[in-house]
Design a protein around this ligand. Structure first.
Ligand SMILES: [Zn+2]
Ligand SMILES: [Zn+2]
Length: 249
């Protein structure tokens, strides 16, 4: 198995993050943001793609937060706007229905047309080479994890000691669907055990968080419940920086 994948996987499972896959995703995302904010923004091959795709709303926000690559971004956006204009503006105008009159009568054809143009706009808005590259990297990581679980006894132990968020549990289930039935059974047993433990802890912690609002519990210790809401939301949604109680302070 290629080291370029096994090393980051081991690093993520060694770190004290809540979900190693969220950790891997965040690092991949940062790499690709740096890539697209760097000299690649001016490279003809990259520009051929980004002029067409632009970036999704989430990643445009992240690109905007960086001071780097302003000129490259401006040049890319200028060409991208022209591309969007050529591809979309006429469709919007063409979707304007004829007004119903005495001769023409009413027709509901225009409704389908409007929805079609709206769907096309949605597709264009969500096109994003950063998302695509992250998805590619993550797909490799899911397979590598399933492979290491079987072939690397050290990793097997690490995997058993670390749970992950719910969206990434779904991805690991998909990776396991490519394994033999016996391999999938072993992998899933550990995954399910981890998930049970994780949910039980979060449920108890959130409950204690709510019980702390009862004045009779005023003087009792918080235990691990202070950030139970954020931890639960991260479990349910994948790690999100805006749920991070530490960074919000
Ligand atoms: Zn995750
Ligand atoms: Zn994106």
């Amino acid at each position: 198995m290629e080291k370029i994948y096994t090393i980051p996987v081991n690093d993520a499972y060694d770190s004290d993050c809540e979900c190693p896959l969220c950790d891997l995703k965040e690092k991949a995302e940062q790499n690709f943001l740096d890539y697209y904010l760097g000299p690649s923004l001016m490279e003809p091959d990259t520009r051929k793609i980004t002029n067409k795709t632009g970036f999704c709303p989430h990643h445009m926000g992240m690109l905007n937060n960086s001071e780097a690559g302003r000129l490259g971004l401006g040049l890319m956006l200028h060409t991208h706007l022209k591309d969007i204009d050529a591809d979309i503006s006429k469709d919007i105008r063409d979707a304007i229905p004829d007004k119903a009159g005495l001769i023409k009568g009413r027709s509901s054809d225009y409704k389908a047309k409007l929805n079609k143009v709206a769907d096309k706009i949605d597709r264009r808005v969500n096109m994003c080479p950063i998302c695509e590259k992250i998805d590619d990297s993550m797909a490799h990581y899911y397979d590598v994890i399933a492979w290491m679980f079987k072939h690397d006894p050290d990793f097997h132990k690490k995997f058993a000691n670390k749970s992950c968020c719910l969206p990434h549990t779904a991805e690991l289930l998909r990776a396991a669907s490519k394994l033999s039935q016996n391999d999938a059974a072993e992998f899933l047993t550990v995954l399910a055990d981890n998930n049970d433990k994780n949910i039980k802890t979060l449920t108890d912690d959130v409950e204690w968080f709510t019980l702390k609002f009862d004045y009779r519990n005023n003087d009792k210790p918080w235990g691990n419940s202070k950030n139970a809401i954020q931890r639960t939301m991260r479990y349910l949604s994948s790690d999100r920086r805006d749920f991070d109680e530490q960074q919000r302070k």
